[in-house]
Design a protein around this ligand. Structure first.
Ligand code: ARG
Length: 439
């Protein structure tokens, strides 16, 4: 017997039953469904709908369901809510049949999702903090290691590896603040919205919300049951952080190629080839880069599901869960794998420093030096360009050109130029906040 069976004469088509069912994935919400149901029962108790002993029976019965459920065996019910109600009624009889008073699966499922997402946010915050700590340690370790900084993937100006790592710390700190901000909107309780129009029972929503640790309650019953912004916000956050991880992975992949040869990824995060015995492939980094597309897909799924839905609840919304769960699982494993990979990376310091010496990356400092001698920057830029062209011709660095040769480009150039364009000094001289100055 279906819990909505009263109005029906005939049964459901077998394939339709399978099609309609969400239990294979929403069973993940069991713990939260029960948490929400206990609080709702307490609300009914306070409203005089349930006696104290009925409430106690329900609470005991619900707690027993958590313990008895084998999460690896999918029950034969429509969804997690139906499963819990059926089992509870089988256990305790009529008191179980009273639990759904003043409630709909519509406000129930939205409450379950928010309760679940709250825990997810906490776990991801933890993982993100671990990653930031590891990156800060790495940034500190390599704070004086000079390497090429790139624009257009062409050598541009010297930076330090520490500065490069710190750039990602900044990104992940922004992700953390997005997470905190989003949490405020997740931690609001829709329970009490009913199917879409509230309920005639005098349920003290604020009381129920305080039992569940929500900061607030939703203020419009139609919005309460049909809002999925919290999922969209979470998946937007997940997409942005995956984009950051993916950019970093792209760099690690490039850096571990023989062409760059800046790093070697640890064996623990690399794999080999079935045919080419010499291969060591950066599979962890590539998979994270690839899975970024998958998380974007999860976000686009929900945005697209939601875009044409009239108020209030529509069954389309059942489609929110698989995308959300996939986004969560993917992000969680990517964060953990990435943290291990970056923690164990072997940096080829000599290669980084050697690379920094090539590519005329002190040409801007050379121009800045001329500015210090009173030459307007645009003119200094032109002189510096000509010196670079000359050095390219001679197949040497700017600092390899003798003073007399340099003076031919501009008489203001003096012997102090060599100090001014020395790589380490160029970094030491960076004055602005946020620049890659070395100690
Ligand atoms: N399994 C449903 C979902 O996930 C629960 C809500 C069903 N509500 C309804 N009126 N059919 O969205």
């Amino acid at each position: 017997m279906k819990l909505w069976g009263g109005r029906f004469k005939g049964g459901t088509d077998k394939l339709m039953e399978e099609f309609n069912s969400s239990i294979s994935y929403d069973i993940r919400l069991l713990k939260y469904d029960i948490q929400g149901s206990i609080a709702h029962a307490k609300g009914l108790n306070k409203a005089g709908v349930l006696t104290d002993s009925e409430f106690e029976l329900i609470e005991k019965g619900l707690n027993a369901i958590i313990e008895e459920t084998d999460m690896n065996k999918i029950p034969d019910d429509e969804d997690v809510h139906t499963y819990v109600e059926r089992l509870l009624t089988e256990k305790i009889g009529d008191a179980g049949r009273k639990l759904h008073t003043g409630r709909s699966r519509n406000d129930q499922v939205a409450t379950d999702e928010r309760l679940y997402l709250r825990d997810v946010v906490k776990e991801i915050k933890n993982d993100l903090n671990k990653l930031i700590n590891v990156l800060n340690e790495q940034a500190d370790k390599y704070k004086d290691i000079i390497m090429p900084g790139y624009t257009h993937l062409q050598r541009a100006q010297p930076v330090t590896l520490g500065h490069h790592f710190h750039a990602y710390v900044e990104m992940f700190k922004r992700d953390l603040s997005r997470l905190d901000d989003m949490y405020k909107r997740v931690n609001v309780m829709p329970l009490g919205s009913g199917a879409l129009a509230g309920t005639t029972f005098e349920i003290d929503r604020k009381y129920v919300s305080s039992l569940l640790g929500f900061d607030d309650i939703t203020l419009n019953s139609m919005d309460g049951v049909s809002d999925r912004d919290y999922i969209i916000e979470f998946l937007s956050f997940a997409s942005i952080i995956m984009m950051h991880l993916s950019r970093f992975c792209e760099e690690l992949i490039l850096w571990s190629s023989k062409e760059f040869d800046f790093i070697e990824l640890d064996d623990r995060y690399s794999t080999g080839s079935s045919m080419m015995p010499q291969k060591k492939n950066p599979d962890a980094a590539e998979l994270i880069r690839g899975k970024t597309g998958r998380v974007y897909g999860d976000l686009i799924t929900i945005l697209t599901v939601m875009k044409g839905l009239p108020l209030a609840y529509n069954k389309d919304m059942q489609e929110d869960k698989e995308a959300l769960f996939d986004g969560i699982d993917t992000l969680e494993i990517c964060l953990k794998v990435f943290t291990g990979m970056i923690k164990t990376v072997d940096v080829k310091i000599d290669n980084l420093e050697r690379a920094a010496k090539h590519g005329y990356m002190n040409a801007t400092d050379f121009a800045d030096y001329l500015v210090s001698k009173g030459i307007p920057f645009r003119k200094a830029h032109e002189i510096s360009g000509k010196v670079v062209l000359h050095a390219i011709d001679k197949k040497c660095a700017i600092e390899d050109l003798p003073l007399l040769e340099l003076k031919k480009f501009c008489d203001a150039i003096d012997v102090d130029v060599y100090n001014a364009i020395d790589l380490k000094n160029t970094l030491k001289k960076k004055k602005t906040i946020g620049s890659p100055s070395v100690s």
